[in-house]
Design a protein around this ligand. Structure first.
Ligand code: TPP
Length: 558
């Protein structure tokens, strides 16, 4: 006979059955479930703010390739929803639980509560109330499946009762399991239609200057080797989205770099010069295309994506192939075979990349204070272990790491914020919870770090050994160009809008009981990173830089 149990216990056992190791929450919510989870070996991580808990679940999910769970009580729901924006944009399978006051409290000015459904509508692909323990198994399985189905995105369950109490009140006799066979992302690997692949191969072989733009979907699919194999066969340069920075070795002859608005000049020049662009698992949004100017809107496109809705979303002249990137590229490589190709375009592309790299050498090797961020990035490249993970914040932190840090294209992982400043630090803690022995380095500006600074206490409490590198330039560095422009480029004018500090974050870290290393000379960066990576607890590496230097800027045609 099937075992009957309380809904709160069912939830804990069902989550634990998936093999997850951590969940992230702010009191007071689902207490019985959290205690049961703890008994079952799943660690509840108490964060200091709901947004941080959502970011932790996001970082966890991206490294685990499995859902990350976050929870909050009713009044925390708006904060938790705000934290799902990055997971939604970054296509991360975060599952959020909230409590909601029971029906007798609705529509009569209940303390602390606004409607939850509108909050979650924009940041989830499935969000539903849970009214009884009996409904829980069906709805959680749906939330789980929906989060993992392409396009991967957050889902949400809103439990009746301020702290999710409803599931404590009822019983269920369903088996506490969510999956028949736990699988990492992507859960499904359909191979594209053979005729579409043949037509795509003909288009690709028929074009002389083919550029590949590989996106986050290619990373999710683990398609790096297949992307490179196709690039070799077609003699095509490979540019990537920011999120796919680590897809292939960034020093490879065919690697053009990150294309779009968060980019250095070479990839934009290269992709703009293509006759045909092959998008692979790429959202073709404004960031990767620099608002649909790279490549130009009239460019002939072949697009491979697991989600048919993405095909031709931005470029009208698109031939679409629907399938898992890795599985479909493997077949496409076979069909393409070994055609005779002109190497003129890749030679030109390689020259553009080499010349630009040469022009950056002075800054990457700069040996005196103030520290150049290019040098900091060169030190990060040297320090990052072969299976290391970099978690970068948005804005300049994304541009610096996406243009100036090199990756081995096999083993190393690059995670970037999908736009929310402050995401990286909590996300790196969640990432480290999923990373096992792999080292995690967070790269953030001081402006980004201030958002969730109290999570230093969380890092210490659970002894999460992430390395937090702060590019400490005492302000919103990226925004300096903008405020100067508005103020007629008058020196000093407008800087009060973006200036703060100076703050010694090494001292701040120490006050939280976290190790802090202050770095003011370029020669100190390498040893500081080594010490931090060797530590068995969290370490803040506070690198003092200046506001004025600009990150690489994207190229646009005249
Ligand atoms: C939630 C949110 N608010 C505002 C912004 C706009 N924004 C993007 S980058 C940036 C400045 C970041 O400063 P910092 O983290 O210190 O890095 P730096 O630019 O100095 O390298 C701001 C304000 C944002 N991306 N997200």
């Amino acid at each position: 006979m099937a075992e009957t149990m309380n809904g709160a216990e069912w939830l804990a056992r069902a989550l634990a059955s998936t093999g997850m190791s951590h969940v992230f929450f702010v009191e007071s919510t689902l207490r019985r479930t959290l205690l049961q989870l703890s008994d079952l070996g799943v660690r509840p991580i108490l964060a200091h703010a709901e947004k941080a808990a959502a970011y932790m679940a996001d970082g966890y999910a991206r490294v685990a390739g499995r859902p990350g769970v976050c929870m909050a009580q009713s009044v925390g729901a708006a904060n938790l929803a705000a934290g799902l924006q990055d997971a939604y944009l970054g296509r991360s399978p975060v599952i959020a639980f909230t409590g909601r006051k029971e029906p007798s409290f609705q529509h009569r000015n209940a303390y602390q509560e606004i409607a939850h459904a509108p909050l979650f509508a924009a940041v989830t692909k499935f969000s539903t109330p849970v009214e009884s323990a009996a409904e829980l198994p069906r709805l959680l399985r749906q939330a789980w499946r929906a989060a993992l189905a392409d396009t991967v995105r957050p889902t949400h369950l809103d439990f009746n009762g301020l702290q999710g109490d409803v599931i404590e009140l009822g019983q269920t006799s369903e088996p506490p399991a969510l999956e028949t066979e736990p699988r990492p992302l992507p859960v499904h690997r359909p191979v594209a239609d053979e005729r579409d692949l043949e037509h795509a191969a003909a288009l690709l072989i028929g074009a002389r200057r083919v550029a590949i733009v590989a996106g986050d979907g290619a990373v999710e699919s683990g398609a790096g080797p297949e992307v490179l194999a196709l690039a070799e066969a077609l003699t095509a340069p490979v540019a990537t989205t920011l999120g796919a920075r680590a897809l292939i070795p960034t020093r490879h002859r065919l690697c053009a770099g990150v294309v779009g608005s968060y980019s250095a000049p070479p990839p934009n020049r290269i992709v703009h010069g293509a006759e045909l662009v092959l998008f692979i698992g790429c959202d073709t949004g404004d960031q990767v295309t620099h608002s649909w100017r790279i490549p130009s809107i009239a460019t002939k496109v072949v697009q491979l994506d697991i989600d048919p809705v993405e095909i031709g979303r931005s470029y009208p002249d698109t031939f679409g192939i629907v399938g898992d990137p890795k599985a479909s590229l493997a077949r496409l490589v076979e069909i393409v075979g070994r055609p005779v190709r002109d190497s003129g375009y890749v030679d030109e592309a390689a020259r553009i990349v080499i010349d630009w790299r040469d022009s950056m050498t002075v800054l990457a090797e700069k040996n005196n204070a103030p520290i150049s961020v290019e040098r900091l990035c060169a030190e990060l490249t040297r320090a990052l272990p072969a299976d290391g993970i970099i978690v970068a914040d948005t804005g300049y932190s994304g541009i610096w790491t996406g243009t100036m840090v090199d990756f081995n294209g096999g083993g190393q992982t690059y995670l970037r914020a999908a736009g929310s400043l402050g995401w990286a630090f909590p996300a790196s803690l969640g990432a480290k919870c999923a990373a096992g022995d792999r080292k995690v380095i967070c790269f953030t500006g001081d402006g980004g770090f201030y958002y969730h600074l109290p999570e230093l206490e969380t890092a210490r409490r659970y002894n999460i050994p992430a390395v937090i590198v702060i590019n400490n330039n005492s302000g919103f560095g990226q925004n300096l160009t903008g405020v100067h422009r508005i103020s007629g480029n008058r020196p000093g004018r407008g800087e009060e809008l973006i200036h703060f500090g100076p703050t010694d974050f090494a001292l701040v870290a120490k006050s939280f009981g976290v190790r802090g290393i202050r770095v003011e000379q370029p020669g100190e960066i390498g040893p500081a990173l080594q010490q931090a990576l060797a530590a068995d607890g969290p370490v803040v590496v506070d690198v003092v830089t200046e506001l004025e230097p600009r990150a690489p800027e994207a190229w646009l045609p005249a």
